[in-house]
Each structure stands twice: as C-alpha cells, then as structure tokens.
Design a binder for this molecule. Structure first.
Ligand SMILES: *[C@@H]1O[C@H](CO)[C@@H](O)[C@H](O)[C@H]1NC(C)=O
Length: 508
C-alpha cells in the first residue's frame, strides 16, 4: 500500500479508481470521496462532478413565456448539454434559476433573498444570472458558466451536511481570473443562515477579487482570499500575506479549507499545472476566528449579509465534509486541468470589423427609420436619411467599431464626431462619454453583439458586464434593458424588436 503521507497519494487514488473498474476517470467528488472527505455540495453549470452523475446540472427560465427546463450532462460524468439550452432559449433570453447540487443532498442554489443588503429585484431578491454570459469550452464542447454581475446572487440557507461551528470542511471553485472587482464580495462557500452579518468567524468562503478593504496579498490583485465574515483573509495576519499572489490566469482554481485552529488557502491555473499553497497554518490573529462559528448556509456571488456589489464568473465548485488532504486537492486539480477549460467566442450574428463605421437601425415597426444616435451625452434614436439628413446628424448616427475596451473578444463603439468618446451604460441608460481609462469605464463601454432576438438578420447588443441587458430603445431613448426586469424600460412587450438592430455601413 502507498503511504498516506505520500505526495502522490491523490494521483494514486485517482488511478486506483480507474483500476477498480470504472473505465472513465474519477470526477472531483469521486476523488474527494476516496480521500475520506466527501462532497456535501457539488455545483456546476459546465459539467458533472461525479463520474456517474447523469442528473440535472442547472435549470434555465426563458423570457418569452416563463417556461423552465433542466440542463443535464451529455453523458454520465460529462459536459453540460449546451445545445439543449441554446434550442430552448432560441429567439429569447434565458436566466439561470437553479444550480443543482450533484451530491444527492439537495443542496441546490437558488435566487438569493434580501438580507443586510437588498438585491435589485422589486422584492429585494438578487438578480439571476444570464444563461449565456459566460460561454466556454471543456475539451472542445461548449458550456456556460455563471456570470455574476453586481446585484446577482444565489443562496441556500438550509442545506444538509455543511460544516457548522468549528467543524472541518474544504472547498474549491473554478472561476474566471479576469472577471472581478474590488467591491464586496464575490464568494462561494459557507455563510450565515439568516442573510445577516452575525459576527466574526460566521463564514468560511472562497473570495476572489481585488478588494483591499480588509486583507490583501502581494501586488495589486486580484487575490484568492477567504471571507471569514467581517474580513477577507489572505493568511494569519488580518491585513496582508505577501505569499498570496496576484492572479492573472484566465481560468483559476481557488481552494479554501478550514478546521480547528488551522486553515489553508491554495490556488492554481485551472488550465494547467498544479496547486500552490498560499497559506497554511493557524487561524487569523484577530478575535472571533478561533474557534470558528460557521453556520452552514451556502452562497454564490455575494457576501454573507447579501452584499451584492461584486462581480465574477463561476464554473464549478464543491464543499466537502472534513479537511481534505493536499494530495486529494492536487488530484482534483489534475482532473480540472484534464477537463480543458478554454475560451470561446462571446459574439454571434452579423460580423463587425474593427475600424469600420456602422449605423444601427431600429427594427420595431414604429421606428424603422430611426437610428442609434447621440445628442450631446444622451444616446437616443433619431430619424436619419442618407439623402436628406445633415452631415451633422449623419455623423451623430455613425459609430466606429473598436475592439472592446474592457474585453477584446467584444466591441466598443466610438463616436464618429467626437473621437475618444464611446457609448457606455450608466445607471441603465446609454450615454456618450469620454474614455477616462478606468476599469469601470472600459467595462461599461464593452458590448457583445449576438444574432438578433427577432431574427431579421439583426443584431442584439449585450452589455459585457451585465449580460442580461441589451441595447434597447424605449420612447426613442436608449437603455441597457433586461427582458421583463424591474424598470419601465425593461418591459417585456416588444422587447425582442426593441433590442434588435440592423447593422449597416455608417452614414458617415
Ligand atoms: C418616437 O418615435 C416615433 C417614430 O418616429 C414617434 O412616432 C413617437 O412620437 C416618438 N415617441 C417619443 C416619445 O418621442
């Protein structure tokens, strides 16, 4: 028999599972089980996390009629059936309503309720994620992650089997290392059961972002840290751990584990290589964290008190019972690398070419002579004609296509008559502002065209950072609107037409 302390143990376990007769490689939760620290929650919209799992991965709800459907893996242990989602959601919008727990314990994640902070829905609940905001491929097969914009969150306040008090647990998540912010708090893991901040040590969750309000690591971030409530921790010192590096990988594996007066923070490139340990040792040297007072709810995308200001993208993650060995986690990392996460196109429909000038014509029956234009800083629609309009108006209705300022896989639209100024969304309106170079501006000025919701060879233009929201004209003013959302301009009536635009060569 191999030694329990062998660094190779995790890998040997994974191989042993194969040797034991399973012809497919072990999934992450099979590996945790073999290590004696089974998953008690397993969430992923991209793939099955047990080699035998064939059940539902997640549920989507479409905007056209409110119908829902469940998305399962293509085969046992396989990648999500994204084609089933694409066909169910064709010609409309879709939201992720449930992220199912694959562990068999029923620890599903659903729309997070209001807490210390309220969500943006009319009832104070958080927003649900777009089902199409985070496309990726796994071993070449298309799947969708969970794109969390500020205001989006999922929760389960009554799960079974999660760690409580000072009990030991482990967790990992695969995230987009390029999608983050410094606001509180993009988390996945253990939190309060009442949506309120109940004190130090009442949480133990993975955090990813570049907040410096509590702890930090080396460089300027973003960092993997642990949200232990009333603090994001990178190590023992509540303020800083120089051993916690800034992250720059597109796909990252983030690991947090904690037990009686010990915890660890680990991380890796989820597409290659192995886990590094950024911290392993005693609990933070601040009161309330030893012993811990974990409550056992599960959160995704928010803080324990429903702080909803953060952004990030989640692909998969689990929580375990017991403190997983490093070797077990190393074998899980090898499994994640073998899943081959990779980027794929964020756009579809009529192609745009960078550097060209375009005009965007409304397609709603009322307004087919109107084009997206600006009057000063206001972006609206105006009636424009190539034969009779002034040069000034033609220029106001023409936009130079640029590589997306916030993500070069999408686009930005620079004003033809005001170079250096771009269409951005601000407070849900579209405005024309000079590029101030900030991360916020660049992201708010980045849009991803897709095949138009109403067909007609049109394009619908999604806000990169808020993929439930599209360019929409409403009373001839333009917004980023979500189908059936809480604002007047989100109204579901004529949404598809109002959010579909015919792209042509620019007037000027
Ligand atoms: C919007 O434009 C349409 C078509 O040009 C026009 O009939 C309508 O009065 C305008 N509505 C507003 C609120 O300006």
């Amino acid at each position: 028999m191999f030694s329990r302390s062998s660094l190779e143990r995790g890998g040997v376990l994974a191989l042993r599972l194969i040797a034991m007769g399973a012809l497919v490689a072990a999934g992450p939760c099979d590996i945790y089980s073999s290590g004696g620290t089974p998953c008690i929650a397993a969430h992923s919209t991209t793939r099955a996390l047990y080699n035998a799992y064939t059940g539902s991965l997640y549920q989507v709800k479409r905007g056209s009629d409110g119908a829902v459907t469940n998305i399962a893996p293509l085969s046992a242990g396989g990648v999500a059936n994204a084609a089933a989602q694409d066909s169910f959601c064709a010609g409309t919008t879709c939201l992720i309503t449930i992220i199912y727990d694959q562990s068999g314990r029923g620890n599903h994640l659903t729309q997070a309720p209001p807490g210390g902070f309220k969500g943006p829905e009319a009832n104070g609940y958080d927003n649900l994620a777009s089902a199409t905001g985070a496309p990726v491929t796994l071993n070449g097969q298309r799947a969708y992650g969970v794109f969390v914009s500020p205001g989006t969150g999922y929760r389960n306040n009554a799960p079974s089997g999660t760690a409580k008090g000072d009990a030991a647990e482990g967790m990992y998540a695969v995230l987009d290392g390029t999608h983050y912010n410094g606001d509180c708090c993009f988390d996945y893991g253990n939190a309060e059961t009442n949506n309120l901040d109940t004190g130090n040590g009442h949480m133990e969750a993975i955090y990813f972002g570049d907040s410096t309000a509590w702890g930090s690591g080396s460089g300027s971030g973003p960092w993997i840290m642990a949200d232990l409530e009333n603090g994001l921790f990178s190590g023992s010192n509540p303020k800083n751990n120089a051993g916690d590096p800034s992250i720059s990988h597109r796909f990252i594996t983030a690991v947090v584990k904690g037990g009686p007066n010990k915890w660890a923070l680990r991380g890796a490139n989820a597409a290659s290589g192995s886990l590094s340990t950024y911290y392993s040792g005693a609990r933070p040297s601040a009161s309330g964290y030893n012993p811990m007072s974990k409550e056992g709810a599960i959160i995704l995308g928010i803080g324990g008190d429903n702080s909803v200001s953060a952004q990030g993208t989640f692909y998969e993650g689990v929580m375990t019972s017991g403190y997983p060995s490093d070797a077990t986690e190393n074998a899980v990392q090898a499994n994640i690398v073998a899943a081959k996460y990779a980027t794929t196109s964020l756009t579809s429909g009529p192609a745009l070419s960078v550097g060209s000038s375009i005009s965007l014509r409304a397609t709603t029956a009322c307004c087919t002579t109107r084009y997206l234009a600006h009057s000063g800083a206001t972006v609206n629609t105006q009636v424009v004609s190539s034969s009779s309009s002034s040069t000034t108006l033609k220029q106001q209705a023409s936009w130079t296509v640029r590589a997306g300022l916030g993500n070069s896989a999408c686009f930005s639209f620079e004003s033809r008559d005001t170079p250096g100024s771009y269409i951005r969304h601000y407070d849900f309106g579209l405005v024309l502002n000079a590029n101030d170079g900030s991360k916020q501006f660049r992201e708010d000025a980045t849009f991803c065209p897709q095949a138009g919701l109403n067909g007609q060879g049109s394009s619908s233009i999604r806000a990169w950072g808020y993929p439930t929201r599209y360019f929409r004209h409403y009373d001839n003013v333009s917004y980023v609107a979500s189908n059936g959302g809480v604002h007047t301009f989100d109204a579901a009536g004529s949404f598809n037409d109002d959010a579909s635009w015919v792209v042509s060569a620019g007037f000027a």
